[in-house]
Design a protein around this ligand. Sequence first.
Ligand code: PLP
Length: 282
Amino acid sequence: MRRTVYINGSFVPEDEAKVSVFDRGFLFADGVYEVTAVLDGRLVDFDSHVDRLNRSLTGLGMTMDLNYAALLDLHRRLVSRNGLREGVVYLQVTRGEADRDFHYPVGVAQTLVMFTQEKHFSTETVKGLSVISVPDLRWQRRDIKTVQLLAASMAKMAAKEAGKDDAWLVEDGHVTEGTSSNAYIVTNDGTIVTRNLSTSILPGTTRAAVLRLATEQQLKIDERPFTLQEAQQAAEAFITSATAFVTPVVEIDGMAVADGRPGQIVGRLREIYIEESRKTAV
Ligand code: PLP
C-alpha cells in the first residue's frame, strides 16, 4: 500500500514527497526527529515526545513553528489517513533548504516531514535480546535527538555481523545506552539501575514513563552509570524505547544474564507499561 506522508503543509502519496538536495538535514544532519508509538490508533506518551522535540530544537537553536495542538492534529490526521492501528509515527524537522554553508542560514523555512510505519507490537512474541558491547562513538550531546545516526547504525551492523540482536554502547567502562534505547539492569536485591540523565544519553520518553510506573509499584530505582561486568552479573537486564516498549536482554557479550531467560521484573514492567499506554494514549 502506498502510504500518505506529510511534507511541509501537505499530505501526499509517499512517492510524491521530495526534499531538496540542499536541505540541511541531508547535507549537515541538521535536524531532529521523534518516533511516537501508536496503539489502537492512538499516540503513546505524546506529551513527552512534544516536550523532547522542543528541547532538541532548542539545543540546535531552532524553535518549532507548530504548537502542541497543531502537532497532535497532524499526527492524528496522518494516523487516520493511513488507517494505522499499531505502529509508529516518524517526525523529522530540519533547519531547511539553503546554499551549503556551515553557518546557520537566516530566514529559511524549516522542513517538516512525517510518515507512519506499521508494527505489530501487541502480537509480537517478546524474546530476550542478545547484545554485544561496542565503544560509544557518538558526539557529546546525545540528549539532543538529532538525525545523525551513523554511529548507532554502525553499532547495529556490528551486532548483526556478530549474529546478535543489538549493541550496548560503552564509554569509560560504563554503559551509556542501547543503540536506539535506554539500558537497564536489575540487581540481585531487585533495584532497577539505569544511567542518570545527562548530555551522555537521550532522555527516553519510555524511560520516563517506566520509571514513574516502577516507582508506583514501589520498586527501587538507582539512576547511575553501571559497568558491563555489573550487567553481566545482574539478575535481569532490559531496554526501553518507543518501538521496543520494555524488552528483556538475556545475553551480553556471549554471557547469559542470570539463567538466560527474560526476568520477572522486566515482564511485569512491560505488561504495566503497555496497559497504561493503552489507557493514556491520545
Ligand atoms: N536512546 C537512544 C539513543 C534512542 O535512539 C532512543 C530512541 O530512539 C532511546 C534512547 C529511547 O527513547 P524513547 O523511549 O523516547 O523512544
